[in-house]
Design a protein around this ligand. Structure first.
Ligand code: DGL
Length: 257
């Protein structure tokens, strides 16, 4: 039975969710976090919803069996496909998802045209269309599927010219024409500067802080917040076994987001 001293499980299709993990640790520094990157199956964005649901369910089953007190789906794609379903399957386990931060972007002083960068699955599903419709009365929401970008970020080497070239191909045509950009995939905060280089110096929004606040409130509601002042721990695991994989995760954890 999970209690206050249990860990919080966090997962993504790879390194991306580490951008969310950074916000979780800042918001809840006394919690223990176990991060799982499903890098062996990256990218989720090119998979079918059934495949994504089955991969996500496998990870949540494992975290629940190991006694997690909450799970954060630190992946927009897996949240869109699987969060509602997994909450039904695990009614006693707080499950936090991330969604494209369109709402905060529409509250910014300039919000006429908002570019949403995300995976093709996130942008194809009803959840996104409902959100874009709810938020779209005062803004034009432009969804752009960024095929290949998460997978390229997964390889590291974020300053390489090919990465800049890929971002240019994906969103270069929006340069100077949008008021803000929503980073609707948790991999993208790691290339904020590169995205600004291409699109222009506009505000960028991501779902990390929203997820962190939601986790705090769910843990508080269920009286599951860690006790005491001792700093919590962060442990990494990956489905991709190979030399350097966990070093890569630790390196991303130290990057600015
Ligand atoms: N980081 C994931 C997201 O937030 C997905 C990347 C992928 O595996 O395609 O959508």
């Amino acid at each position: 039975m999970a209690d206050k001293s249990s860990f919080v499980g966090v997962f993504d299709s790879g390194v991306g969710g580490i951008s969310v993990l950074r916000h979780l640790v800042d918001e809840l520094p006394h919690e223990d976090f176990c991060y799982f990157g499903d890098s062996a199956n990256n990218p989720y964005g090119g998979k079918t919803p059934d495949e994504i649901l089955s991969l996500s369910r496998g990870i949540v089953d494992d975290m629940a069996a190991r006694g997690a007190k909450a799970v954060v789906i630190a992946c927009n794609t897996a949240t869109s496909v699987a969060a509602a379903r997994l909450r039904l399957e695990y009614p006693d386990l707080p499950i936090v998802g991330v969604e494209p931060a369109i709402r905060p972007a529409t509250r910014a002083p300039r919000h006429e045209r908002i570019l949403v960068m995300a995976t093709q699955v996130t942008l194809a599903l009803d959840k996104y269309h409902r959100l874009a419709e709810e938020c779209g009365s005062s803004s034009q929401i432009l969804g752009e599927p960024c095929v290949g970008l998460a997978h390229r970020i997964e390889q590291g080497n974020l300053d390489a010219p090919d990465l800049h070239g890929l971002i240019e191909t994906l969103v270069g045509r929006y340069r100077g024409t949008v008021d803000s950009v929503v980073l609707g995939c948790t991999h993208y905060p790691f290339v904020r500067a590169q995205i600004r280089d291409v699109v222009g110096d506009v505000p960028l929004f991501d779902g990390g802080t929203g997820a962190a606040r939601r986790l705090r409130s769910l843990l508080a509601e269920r009286d599951l917040l860690a006790e005491g002042d001792a700093p919590g721990s962060v442990a990494f695991a990956s489905s991709l076994r190979g030399p350097g994989q966990l070093d890569l995760y630790e390196r991303f954890f130290r990057l600015e987001v």
